[in-house]
Design a protein around this ligand. Structure first.
Ligand code: ATP
Ligand code: MG
Length: 424
């Protein structure tokens, strides 16, 4: 039997990791500029945490969680998302009561879905959560963060923002009843999935992909008509802030999100460049969640970005700078019996030229074959140490990407020379 990874759980290979690192560093920079701090929590939690936060009758909890009993017989689950764990960690460590927190996290999430492009069983998110703030200003801040991020990544032309307000959970209860009444009378015209959801999670029917169901919804009750005046005011203020900050958005009255815990603002950033898996970032407000998980009442709002989808989008649009893929600046060619000197020379350079990435040829080989490796490495300079150079404490400097004559310099002058060059 061949040993293979689990379906939908991918390896990240070294050719792809520079793009990931680039994406992660741009996100990290932007979040730091808004003074968000990182929090880390475990990948495994008690199953109960996700049942109580995400909701028993959601797709995630019903069908997608990796749940198992550990050796003590406790039911544990691999986290399917980060918000529940983040709230649990904050409650447990006393970070929320009478405090404001601006937090972010990153890492793998697990959902047993049908693997396809942009949909995996182990996928990665960067999540951002803000606690202790009631007003629409923090909702707007989160959207400003994302908008700035798309600009920094050069994908802002390819994504659009959809927003909606879900009101309070009391509002939704009333609305849900009206929706169920409307749809029950048209039960036979619903697709199979929607028929099943009619009693378990009827609001999910609103984002059904089935065209007939969507047509049926045109005359259905609209959530906006059911939300309370405070939620309405919150939404209107948010819209005014987005307008003032020049953030374009569409109101999508059918945007409901899959999880139970949202209230008031919900949003998604979507792209048409990735086929069906078009949502690259999604989030909203969840004012009741902290209390629901045993904390003192504390408002919260956040979002999560799907890293695989963002990487796909970056690749699709070809917007990753070429320099990102380059991992070698200098390649040290060492021909003949010069191994020890090459090692010392290399270490000397690493001490004095800390920004340079130096690869030393290991394993010998002819001058010609080593020069080939130097070229293939992407380095802009080959440093050449043959037995002649070694005997005279010299080293050859050959420019691989510039029309510039080769030089020979004293070994103790090499670091100086490298530091004065602008290498591209
Ligand atoms: P979708 O409607 O695409 O299933 P979702 O509503 O289930 O998304 P969220 O729980 O809001 O997704 O997660 C936030 C983001 O994480 C999504 O917008 C998406 O970019 C990413 N994401 C969610 N599930 C997956 C998955 N199985 N594989 C890859 N990325 C995912
Ligand atoms: Mg999903």
């Amino acid at each position: 039997m061949k040993l293979q990874s689990i379906r939908g759980m991918n390896d990240l290979l070294p050719d792809q990791s520079p793009t990931w690192q680039y994406l992660e560093s741009v996100i990290g920079d932007v979040l730091a500029r808004y003074s968000y701090r990182e929090i880390r929590f475990p990948i495994l939690e008690q199953t109960e945490l996700f049942k109580r936060s995400i909701g028993e009758v959601t797709d995630i909890v019903e069908k997608e969680m990796y749940t198992f009993e550990d050796r003590n017989g406790d039911s544990l689950s691999l986290r399917p998302e980060g918000t529940a764990s983040c709230v649990r960690a904050c409650n447990q460590n006393g970070l929320l009561h009478n405090q404001i927190q601006r937090l972010w996290y990153t890492g793998p999430m697990f959902r047993h879905e049908r693997p396809q492009k942009g949909r995996l069983r182990q996928f990665h998110q960067v999540g951002v959560e803000a606690f202790g703030l009631n007003g629409p200003d923090i909702d707007a801040e989160l959207l400003l963060i994302t908008a700035r991020l798309w600009q920094a990544l050069n994908i802002d032309q390819a994504v659009t923002l959809q927003v909606n307000s879900l009101g309070t959970s009391a509002d939704r209860k009333v609305y849900r009843a009206a929706l169920v009444e409307y749809l029950s009378a048209r039960h036979d015209q619903l697709d199979e999935d929607s028929q099943r959801r009619l009693h378990s999670n009827p609001m999910r029917i609103l984002d059904s992909k089935n065209a007939d169901t969507q047509a049926l919804l045109n005359d259905a009750p609209v959530l906006q008509d059911y939300i309370d005046s405070e939620s309405k005011a919150h939404f209107n203020q948010l819209r005014a802030m987005l307008d003032a900050a020049d953030i374009r958005y569409e109101i999508n009255p059918r945007l409901v999100r899959g999880l139970d815990y949202y209230s008031k603002t919900v949003f998604e950033w979507v792209t048409s460049s990735l086929g069906a898996q078009g949502t690259v970032c999604a989030g909203g407000r969840y004012d009741g969640l902290v209390e629901q998980l045993g904390g003192k009442p504390c408002p919260g709002v956040g979002f999560a970005m799907g890293m695989e989808r963002l990487v796909l989008l970056l690749d699709e649009l070809g917007v990753v700078p070429d320099s990102v893929a380059q991992t070698v600046d200098l390649y040290l060619v060492a021909v003949g019996d010069v191994g020890q000197q090459a090692l010392v020379l290399g270490e000397n350079l690493r001490s004095h030229c800390p920004t340079q990435r130096l690869q030393t040829n290991c394993g010998g080989g002819s001058f010609k074959s080593q020069m080939k490796k130097a070229d293939k490495s992407g380095a802009s300079i080959a440093l050449i140490l043959g037995e002649d150079e070694a005997a005279n404490n010299k080293v050859g400097v050959k420019f691989l990407r510039q029309d510039r004559p080769q030089e020979t310099v004293d070994q103790d002058q090499l670091a100086n020379l490298i530091n004065t060059l602008t290498i591209d």
